[in-house]
Structure formats: structure tokens, C-alpha cells
Design a protein around this ligand. Structure first.
Ligand code: FES
Length: 112
């Protein structure tokens, strides 16, 4: 099996996998990042979405052999980035940019 070096959430990782193994299974089964979920497996539901160089992709449709040097960001990495951004803004408890979420007609503050 070929060895692939991919960057996931800012860290370089090495994985041995068959070339057509979907990125979703590499993340979940080989790297233990279970934030991306399996839903339909045909690219329709979006529960496996990750960012590849900042673009949304359904990881169930991306063979590991096509990832190359693209930077993979999973929900685990996205959460970390959002928290860091909040701290940089000077708010340790709430973040003005990402902490306000719309729920029905009311706006509610959320913790980062
Ligand atoms: S599992 Fe549904 S789009 Fe990937």
C-alpha cells in the first residue's frame, strides 16, 4: 500500500492506504478524527464535509490519492480555529463574530 503524507488541521500526517480509499475513511479509521460523519456515501448529504485548501468537499467522494498537498481541515480543526480567533479578538467568554447564532426569530449569544 502506498504511503501518503497529508496535512490535516495544520499537522502533517502519514497514512498507508489504497489509492481509492475515500478521505472520509482515512480521517475516521486511520487518523481517529471522527468529527466527519458517514451518511449517504454518494456525495448528497454533506455530513462528511471537510475543507480542502479552504473549499468545501464531501470527503466520501475524495480518494486519498487526489489530496496531494492540499490542506485538509476537519470540524475538529475548524472548532480550534474559531476558538483561537475568539481569543485573538479579546473575548474569553463570547465572540462577537461567531458567537451570535440565529435561532428562529431571536438572536442568542453562544460561548465559543
Ligand atoms: S456521506 Fe453523504 S455526502 Fe459524504
Amino acid at each position: 500500500m502506498p504511503l501518503y503524507k497529508i496535512t490535516v488541521n495544520g499537522a502533517e500526517r502519514s497514512v498507508e492506504a489504497v489509492p481509492d480509499m475515500p478521505l472520509l475513511w482515512v480521517l475516521r479509521d486511520l487518523l481517529g478524527l471522527t468529527g466527519s460523519k458517514y451518511g449517504c456515501g454518494i456525495g448528497a448529504c454533506g455530513v462528511c464535509t471537510v475543507l480542502l485548501d479552504g473549499d468545501q468537499e464531501q470527503s466520501c467522494q475524495v480518494p486519498i490519492s487526489t489530496v496531494g498537498k492540499k490542506k485538509v481541515t476537519t470540524i475538529e480543526g475548524f472548532r480550534r480555529t474559531a476558538r483561537t480567533r475568539c481569543r485573538r479578538l479579546g473575548s474569553s467568554t463570547t465572540c462577537p463574530n461567531v458567537a451570535i447564532a440565529r435561532r428562529g426569530r431571536s438572536w442568542r449569544r453562544r460561548r465559543c
